[in-house]
Design a protein around this ligand. Structure first.
Ligand code: DGL
Length: 254
């Protein structure tokens, strides 16, 4: 790790989903430099084993550290669940900020109905999720969504096939009172418009704002904030070639 507060903040995800976190981070911390890695070649993470996701996350972090990053944001709920603890043990001095499905803020919106929690199979099967459910799981229905991130990877954020997929998931609850929907995967944040249309008036809760707030706090605590007036920047990297980079660019500026 470098002590240089002008070093970039590294972020990674299995693909374009983490761009939703990056967008929020750029808005909140415009003077920082960001280096984002989308591991498209190895996507999806959400249907891989815990060990596979741990190994891929370790590779991603090593690559970002080789490029001099001062902090890491795991812009992926699945990778956080599988790998954050191990990464923190391996790099005890490195600020590593992870994510979790926003069950806690969603639980505050419960009015006796159900809360639908959409996340990857890996996230929902993880211990971290079980701990969250034990504390904030009243009325929560967990819906693993294999195949959903792939729509976003294809930039298919609307249309009949996506609607049909979502209705298969949420349709069985449509006649109940839905108090909130948790977007427990960073890819799903890009589905806000279609979900707003399918579930008018239902609050959609993601963890991006909280994650960026935590990044800011950690950088401040460690004296790693870029000096006021610094010029921020964003650099995108992908294991998936030019098409994947173009998709990331598009979503960053969408
Ligand atoms: N974006 C990731 C998350 O937040 C996972 C998508 C995937 O690779 O399955 O969980």
């Amino acid at each position: 790790m470098t002590e240089n507060n002008r070093a970039p903040v590294g972020m990674f995800d299995s693909g374009v989903g983490g761009i939703s976190v990056l967008r929020e981070a750029v808005r909140e911390l415009p003077q920082e430099r960001f280096l984002f890695f989308g591991d498209t070649l190895n996507a999806p993470y959400g249907t891989k084993s815990r060990e596979q996701v741990q190994a891929l996350s370790r590779q991603a972090v090593e690559m970002l550290l080789e490029r001099g990053c001062k902090a890491i944001v795991i812009a992926c709920n699945t990778a956080t669940s599988a790998a954050a603890a191990g990464l923190r043990a391996a790099y005890p001095h490195l600020p590593i900020i992870g994510m979790e499905p926003a069950l806690k803020p969603a639980s505050l919106l419960r009015r006796g109905g159900v809360i639908l929690s959409l996340a990857t199979p890996g996230t929902i099967a993880g211990e971290k999720y079980a701990r969250l459910m034990a504390r904030y799981g009243d009325g929560v229905v967990s819906l693993p969504c294999p195949g959903l991130m792939e729509f976003v990877e294809r930039l298919e954020t609307d249309g009949p096939a996506l609607e049909a997929y979502l209705m298969r998931q949420i349709g069985p609850y449509a006649s109940r009172q839905i108090d909130a929907v948790v977007l427990g995967c960073t890819h799903y944040v890009f589905l806000r418009p279609v979900l707003n249309r399918l579930l008018p008036g239902v609050p959609l809760i993601d963890g991006n704002e909280g994650t960026v707030r935590q990044l800011k706090t950690r950088l401040e605590e460690m004296g790693l904030r870029a000096p006021a007036g610094s010029e921020g920047s964003v650099e995108l990297l992908s294991s998936g070639g030019r098409d994947a980079l173009e998709s990331m660019e598009k979503l960053l500026h969408a």
